[in-house]
Design a protein around this ligand. Sequence first.
Ligand SMILES: *Cc1c(COP(=O)(O)O)cnc(C)c1O
Length: 345
Amino acid sequence: MKIIDLRSDTVTLPSISMRRAMSEANVGDDVFEGDPTVKALEEKTAALLGHEAALFVPSGTMANQISLRMLTVPGDEILCETGTHIVNYEVAAASALSGIQLTPIEAPNGILTPELIEPRIRPENIHHPNTAVIALENTHNRAGGRVYPMELIPRIKNLAVKYGLKFYLDGARIWNAAAFHKVPLAEIAGQFDALSVCFSKGLGAPVGSAVVSSKALIRKARRIRKMFGGGMRQAGIIAAGALYALDHNLDRISEDHRRAGKLAANIAESGIFEINPHDIETNIVVIKLPPRLNVEEFCGNLASKGTLVVPFGAGKVRAVAHLDISDNDIETASGIIIDTAKSLL
Ligand SMILES: *Cc1c(COP(=O)(O)O)cnc(C)c1O
């Protein structure tokens, strides 16, 4: 049975040619800043994103946590949206590792606006945490791959400048956001003081993320990476996979969006699920099940037929299109999802 794995865009496997690029990579000790492949990846990433410098790190979580540490001091507060990765999926690392408070703000579809943020910026007062950073997530995972409208980002940036706050982006899927808007990556990324990006999601590399910012902040980030245990030695072996991914898998990312849209359209057509195909902006499809279907039972049944999705909050599952999912897979998975629901209702 062929497994159609729609659980996440992290499940992609390195292709033969990506593995070849990895095995042939020139490497050195990156803690001594002596790995040419890591350097090449960092330079390429910074240039693509319109910043001076980048730092290669093992995971997106570490990229976010190094960044938050780099932009704050203990006792600071970060304003972010309630459903963000830093609030929900990083094991409270910001408080545990950096002594900072995340202040979640609820926003429709996960998209913050200046109007939602401004009242939450605290005036100076001995009792208050010091509001230090506004952090966005683009695309927004838990909101179903939602994209920030381009006009909103400079308006939120103006707010950050007005109040002397740092402006940060969790850009794990910035590739998808730029593809959605058909704009160069730097047009989004260049507006932030710092951002994280993931090579191991839609781009299909096996491992790796980066912190992207100014030269001065990346010098600071390099020390924090060492402190957090993320200094790696011959890391060019994995950086080569990320470089290969930037060279070969970036321009195809809108194909994932088209396929996610097709999955949503097929499922909507069945009339069984509450889903509006127009809500699908990128590669993530959140499917609301009919109330009578149990999420765990539904996922288990799908899995027994070879289609994998993940539970995604009350009454919902998530399916994600990625590099290893074809048009055929989308049709097969749609059929299995619809038939399984019918059989359980
Ligand atoms: C996946 C993801 C991350 C980082 O995840 P890791 O598994 O640590 O690489 C960060 N932010 C968002 C929005 C993500 O989807």
